[in-house]
Design a binder for this molecule. Structure first.
Ligand code: ADP
Ligand code: MG
Length: 451
């Protein structure tokens, strides 16, 4: 048997023994390049791949090959020349471009090339910030958008947008200089420049640019000297018509521990916020990230993740990575049970619970902002009665709780009152779109929590 045949047959076996996505991610790309003296040489696409195979699948592969070969085979792995080239290119990139263009060199090190505007998924939560980013990248330094401050909570894509601006400016006109750093790096560079007596070089390195991108300016809080330094950098660039973009964890006007003169500079341009993504955007992000990782997920799994992982895009991403890891390591297909397990882990045990009437009331209370104790109380005020009807309807629909028990739970009402509430709500969900949507949303959230 020649090596091609040997590997082809081994792959066929791996294909049946391994989950489909594990096969297509980790086995299909491997090529056989030779067999001599019981040693099969397999070529993998890159170093990362090699390490992954080495730690996770070395034995599996050996077993399958040996079973096809019917005897012992040593397996040697080699990284493909392209994979090696790109690794080499990466490590020498700095040096070679440094000769051509000092600033391109800076850019390569400072910007994450994966963060582009086209890989940034747009939703109503981030539309404005993305448009502002695009605008600034197209014409940096325009007065009304300078400085641009992008602000919002953790993991919502601020750094992504910041780097996307840098990448676009750099791509647009090769000779544009881009400097990108976190405020922490700015601080550290500043401190070390003082220690080494190189403050002039420090200033140059941040001021010799067409666009300055500074991430997480909240870390400047309380650092007086660094703020002073940043103030001068800012002014010099601003006066020269250079673009400045910053990110922050909150609206600049609300930041404490920053000098007023800095804050007033920061607020003089454009501020754009990023909010947590809504359900549709979360689903779009999950689909995109799954695809990037070569994962095919069924819609119920996508919906499960999008429903529960709410506040942070980074968490959506890491949920997908975990799902991939779990299924590769346990050699299981990704099904809804595995997805639930992973989502549960991400959220901590409290988050997907066995549903009870309390839980339903709690959710309804969160959504309607009517207090739980009012929902189960006796008030007949319209909004309260409505929240109660919704809760009763959901309890009956999801839990199938008997009317009598529901009556006891909801303020000692008799079963005919409960039945009436249920019918009223059943009717409203069909006729009143607002209520229909509300109930649908709650049902979706709750139904994923069950079992
Ligand atoms: P922040 O800086 O706001 O804490 P990041 O920019 O680091 O957040 O984003 C966290 C992760 O989520 C990154 O991997 C980023 O690519 C991804 N991400 C955030 N928002 C989006 C989006 N709208 N589309 C695609 N990926 C996103
Ligand atoms: Mg960030």
């Amino acid at each position: 048997m020649n090596h091609l045949e040997l590997w082809k047959k081994s792959k066929e076996q791996l294909k049946t023994a391994q989950p489909q996505h594990a096969y297509s991610t980790w086995f299909d790309p491997i090529k056989s390049i030779g067999l001599s003296e019981e040693e099969l040489v397999l070529e993998v696409p890159n170093q990362f791949f090699f390490e992954w195979i080495h730690t996770h699948y070395k034995d599996t592969i050996k077993q399958e090959v040996e079973s096809v070969y019917r005897g012992e085979v040593k397996i040697k792995y080699t990284v493909s020349p392209e994979g090696r080239k790109s690794a080499v290119r990466k490590s020498t990139e700095g040096q070679s471009t440094a000769r051509n263009n000092q600033y391109n060199n800076n850019k390569n090190k400072q910007l994450n090339e994966k963060y582009t505007l086209s890989s940034f998924i747009e939703g109503s939560n981030n539309q404005f910030a993305k448009a502002a980013a695009n605008n600034v990248a197209e014409s940096p330094g325009k007065q009304s958008f300078n400085p641009l401050v992008i602000y919002g909570g953790v993991g919502l894509g601020k750094t992504h947008l910041l780097h996307a601006i840098g990448n676009k400016v750099f791509k647009g006109e090769k000779n544009k200089r881009v400097v990108c750093a976190s405020s922490e790096k700015f601080t550290l560079d500043f401190i070390s420049s003082i220690q080494k007596n190189r403050t002039v070089e420090f200033s140059k390195s941040y001021r010799n640019t067409d666009i300055l991108l500074i991430d997480d300016i909240q870390f400047f809080q309380g650092k007086e000297q660094t703020q002073e330094q940043f103030f001068h950098t800012f002014n010099e660039l601003f006066q020269a018509g250079k673009q400045i973009v910053m990110t922050a964890d909150r609206y600049p006007g609300e930041m404490v521990g920053l000098q007023d003169r800095l804050l007033s500079r920061f607020s003089s341009g454009l501020s754009a916020d990023i909010q947590p993504p809504d359900f549709e955007t979360r689903v779009a992000i999950v689909m995109e990230k799954a695809e990037q990782n070569g994962l095919k997920l069924s819609y119920d799994i996508i919906e499960l993740i999008g429903t529960h992982i709410k506040n942070n895009v980074r968490e959506l991403e890491s949920t997908i990575i975990r799902l991939l890891a779990h299924s590769s390591l346990a050699k299981k297909e990704i099904d809804i049970h595995l997805a639930k397990k992973v989502v549960k882990e991400r959220l901590g045990s409290s988050a997907i619970y066995d549903i009870t009437a309390e839980e339903i009331v709690r959710r309804v209370s969160e959504t309607t902002r009517i207090k739980e104790k009012d929902i189960v109380g006796t008030s007949r005020k319209m909004e309260i009665a409505e929240a109660r009807q919704i809760s009763i309807y959901l309890c009956r629909e999801i839990l199938g709780t008997p009317l009598v028990s529901l009556g006891m739970y909801f303020g000692g009402r008799d079963h005919s009152t409960i039945l009436h509430s249920y019918r009223v709500m059943e009717d409203k969900t069909k006729k009143d779109q607002r209520i229909g949507n509300l109930v649908k949303e709650l049902r979706r959230e709750l139904s994923f929590s069950a079992n």
